[in-house]
Ligand binder design. Structure first.
Ligand code: SAM
Length: 349
């Protein structure tokens, strides 16, 4: 009986691997509704009906990696590559600040053209201009020293999805140059340094099984991250996985609810991929326990070039439009976007 498992999950904030597999296998609409209501209740308890917002700046689509699922993988020669200059990035922050954003997320491919000094300079300049803002980085796997340098320059948070906690599965999604062990080490390093750390995975990535998902959940439990980002896998036509099945929205929403019960105070975004798979995906995400949205602050001229998967939404809209659009969307389902930095707050005791 899944309802019993859901009750146990809410109480104990975890399950055994076998129980997670059972929870994930053959759930009904009724089960999903049962956990959804609990997840929403938990989110309301910690965050009221407030949704934090982060301004996403996709500052480079150059990448040295070749992840089989990703549209900006280095082997995709059809991508028009771009990099934003420090001035471009600062301009995005200026506009974002005026729109009420107090967190800037610098995301990009693993682009070796930016040296650590350059990145640290960009970070400290943003911090000097906007001392009341948080900076989140999402620039992949780096050395401990690099992570430390960015942290000292003022970066507060780091997003690095583990992608899958199963080694065999990891190997099917990535070339041999990348390893799960290093990915996990990076996450541990980031935590040790003092970042608020986010991890996560794609739902329905090729070859994923309920067992692998159970391992993802247990890994997240062990890492105890501040932020957890999940979204459906969506194919990109110029990747080796072009013909693979996309992930399921229902399973993504179900997993958001599971994660909310596991880490009730976590910052969980309703992701762009969720908004892409369904026109109301982000609203449904919030109504399943998510409490963060990440509208795009990148210049419209580069938006379409940061195409991780086909049909990515909001590639034609100005930042201001994205902000208003999301504000209205959230309002319609009874939630309010707020300007606060929205740091992770650990549970006392
Ligand atoms: N390079 C950095 C990294 O690896 O963490 C940050 C950028 S990377 C493009 C951000 C995330 O996009 C990845 O963690 C991955 O989960 C997601 N992503 C990439 N391709 C995707 C796809 N086809 N469908 C859904 N999500 C995808």
């Amino acid at each position: 009986d899944k309802k019993k498992l859901i009750d146990t999950l809410e109480l104990q904030k975890t399950l055994t691997k076998e129980e997670f597999i059972e929870l994930l296998t053959g759930f009904t609409d009724e089960d999903a509704e049962y956990i959804r209501q609990k997840a929403v209740k938990n989110a309301l308890q910690y965050f009221d009906n407030k949704i934090y917002t982060r301004g996403l700046i996709e500052f480079t689509n150059y990448c040295k990696n070749d992840c089989y699922y990703c549209g900006i993988r280095k082997s995709n020669t059809k991508v028009t590559r771009y990099r934003l200059t420090k001035e471009d990035i600062l301009q995005c922050c200026k506009q974002g600040y005026e729109l009420g954003f107090r967190t800037f997320v610098l995301q990009g491919g693993e682009d070796l053209r930016y040296s650590d000094d350059e990145l640290a300079d960009i970070i400290s300049t943003i911090k000097a201009g906007y001392p009341d803002c948080a900076i989140t980085l999402s620039i992949g796997e780096k050395s401990y020293e690099s992570y430390l340098a960015y942290f000292k320059a003022g970066a507060d948070r780091y997003l690095l999805r583990h992608e899958t906690a199963n080694q065999e599965h990891y190997g099917k999604l990535h070339p041999d140059s990348l390893s799960l062990e290093n990915r996990k080490q990076c996450l541990r390093n980031l935590k040790d340094i003092g970042y608020q750390v986010g991890t996560g995975f794609m739902v329905g990535s090729p070859y994923q099984t309920a067992e692998y998902l159970a391992e993802d959940l247990l890994f997240i439990k062990e890492l105890s991250p501040a932020m957890i980002g999940i979204g459906p896998y969506l194919p990109h036509h110029d990747t080796p996985f072009a013909d693979m099945e996309k992930g399921s929205m229902e399973l993504t929403l179900y997993l958001i609810s599971i994660l909310r019960l596991m880490v009730p105070n976590a910052l969980i975004p309703a992701t762009t991929a969720l908004g892409t798979i369904h026109p109301l995906g982000r609203e449904k995400g919030v109504l399943s326990g998510a409490n963060v949205v990440m509208p795009n602050l990148s210049p419209v001229t580069v938006r379409k070039k940061y195409e991780l998967y086909d049909n990515k939404i909001c590639t034609g809209d100005e930042a201001a439009e994205c902000k208003v659009c999301l504000q209205n969307r959230m309002k319609k389902v009874g939630y309010e976007i707020i300007s606060a930095r929205g740091d992770f707050v650990p549970i006392e005791g």
